[in-house]
Design a protein around this ligand. Structure first.
Ligand code: CP3
Length: 348
């Protein structure tokens, strides 16, 4: 029997406790992961289903979380579209050549995931057979992927991306259109292989004003979530620094909205309304220490989340590298125990 608590919370059904998982729950904070990385590069792990499945499962047994997230990277489909890139230590995905021209965009291939990324789907099928919690598939959202492709790598100010968006909107739209078509195909394939939910990481979209978000990004996000709807799995949409965009996020059609730590969860609930589940939002830095301060912040988030059905506890962004494993073990237990206690008191 699979633990359904995470999926129930996504659908805003009542649960006995608040489910929890962590963005970047598989990674360098784990000694076991670092050991595997001595032997394989990140992209090699992604390409070997046995190893990739092992890395995906590790945090589930180690931390006791209520969901697994496929181990991969948002940059993986960029290679399948025909562009060379590398994931550099402490930097992130870096392109061999940035994507700037009409020709660059025309050459991008909208691939068949079964042909171009069979190992991703094989990993999912392998995991499906023995996971005791639901598996979350994922992809980078078009803006965030485009930011890596157009800038050529990580960026602080997204100058090239914004220039393309504002100065050559036709070019921007053709890039977004291709990335959107690719993303829908990729996520549909992940769900068909066995993913029980999918998350769209729009990590850097908080760099946009609400007006630009609505004009240049919202229409493609609507398309993605609309085109996934018939598969009837919960969809999650997350970005960093997106407090001012939360209301717009509710128009995308995502079932669950991810919130970073800059907005108190009770305020996020006001902006999002009652028709969506909420995921978040402990400051990842608060997991570096444990004790009274972390506990108080965690309880505040749980209390705010419990007021309405549909809260999934998470960090406001990925687990930081220097996080001690036992802090996340303790945090997971605290979320489970404290939320179960509050919920049983409310019922009485
Ligand atoms: O456990 C999980 O969450 C699944 C694995 C996962 C990775 N990347 C593995 C990874 C997920 C969900 C991602 C998504 C991802 N990748 C995002 C969206 C989430 C976010 O954090 O905002 C982004 C923006 C990327 C791009 C990327 N890849 C960055 C910024 C980095 C970090 C660079 C560094 O060295 O600090 C990567 C590399 C990466 N992807 C690592 C992991 C575990 C760490 C480096 C390694 O193991 O070599």
């Amino acid at each position: 029997m699979q633990n359904q608590t995470f999926l129930d919370a996504c659908w805003q059904r009542p649960t006995d406790y608040t489910p929890v998982w962590y963005m970047r729950q598989a990674g360098r904070y784990q000694p076991e992961y670092r050991k595997i990385r001595e032997k394989y590069s990140l992209l090699e792990i992604c390409r070997i289903p046995e190893v990739c499945a092992e890395v995906t499962k590790l945090p589930v047994s180690q931390l006791g979380v209520d969901a697994a997230i496929l181990f991969s990277d948002i940059s993986v489909p960029i290679g399948a579209m025909g562009r060379n890139f590398d994931i550099q230590e402490n930097v992130g995905p870096v392109m061999e050549h940035p994507i700037r021209t009409e020709t660059d965009i025309a050459q991008l291939q909208v691939f068949d995931p079964r042909e171009a990324l069979p190992y991703v789907l094989d990993t999912i099928m392998m995991l499906k057979a023995d996971l005791e919690v639901p598996l979350i598939g994922f992809a980078g959202a078009p803006f965030t992927l485009a930011s890596y492709m157009v800038e050529g790598g990580p960026s602080r100010d997204y100058i090239q991306t914004k220039q393309m968006m504002w100065k050559t909107p036709a070019l921007w739209n053709s890039l977004m259109d291709k990335l959107t078509t690719m993303t829908v195909k990729y996520l549909r394939a992940q769900i068909e292989a066995g993913a029980s939910a999918v998350q769209l990481f729009d990590s850097w979209v908080g760099a946009l004003s609400p007006a630009d978000y609505r004009k240049y990004v919202l229409p493609v996000m609507k398309r993605i979530f609309t085109e996934l709807k018939d598969l009837q799995v919960p969809t999650i949409y997350f970005g960093v620094g997106t407090g001012e965009l939360l209301q717009d996020f509710t128009e995308t059609g995502a079932h669950v909205i991810g919130v970073d730590w800059r907005v108190p969860l009770s305020e996020a609930r006001k902006r999002i309304g009652l028709d969506h589940a909420i995921q978040g939002n402990l400051d990842p830095a608060a997991a570096l220490t444990s004790g009274a301060v972390t506990e108080e912040k965690t309880k505040q988030i749980i209390d705010a989340g419990i007021e309405h059905p549909g809260h999934i506890f998470n960090l406001g962004h990925g687990v930081l590298r220097s996080t001690p494993v036992e802090n996340l073990q303790r945090l997971t237990a605290l979320v489970h125990e404290y939320s179960a206690k509050v919920k049983s008191e409310v019922k009485r």
